[in-house]
Design a protein around this ligand. Structure first.
Ligand code: C2G
Length: 130
């Protein structure tokens, strides 16, 4: 069984996220998603609209997702790959090259980011609605 892992905040889940999760699942048999905790989001200078618990609950309902774990720090990827016996690490290509150090442990694939949608764009546009 080929196990795939990906990491992210996945706030205000949108089709760009789903497109990433769908393609990641198609590259293997089992997809683990590590969702950034609210505390780690603060380290990423991100404040998500939905709490960790609610973002986790939403992601667990996505057909492509087999397991959801929490992402607490930048360093855990290395141990996660061993702990969950991961074969493939996937991220959107806005992260191109940033996780190549994982290539000693598993395959690393960066998938084309879906243009025209982002959580921050949704937040901006909703904020400007009169
Ligand atoms: N994504 C995408 N297309 C979009 C928006 C997002 O493919 N239009 C992808 C991103 O490239 C990422 C995933 O969806 O792979 C999750 O995006 P975010 O929730 O913004 O995650 P991010 O803040 O990039 O956190 O340790 C890694 C970080 O936790 C990644």
């Amino acid at each position: 069984m080929k196990k795939v892992i990906t990491y992210g905040t996945f706030d205000l889940l949108h089709w760009g996220h789903i497109n990433l999760l769908k393609r990641a699942k198609e590259l293997g048999d089992y997809l683990i998603v590590a969702i950034s905790s609210d505390e780690f989001n603060a380290l990423k200078n991100k404040k998500s609209f939905h709490s960790f618990e609610n973002r986790k609950f939403i992601l667990e309902a996505v057909q492509y997702v087999d397991e959801v774990i929490s992402e607490e720090n930048w360093e855990q990827k290395v141990s996660d790959i061993d702990l969950y016996e991961v074969d493939l690490f996937v991220m959107g290509n806005d992260w191109e090259g940033k996780f190549d150090f994982l290539k000693t442990k598993c395959e690393v694939v960066y998938l084309e980011r879906t243009p025209g949608i982002s959580t921050s764009q949704v937040k901006r546009e909703l904020a400007s609605v009169k």
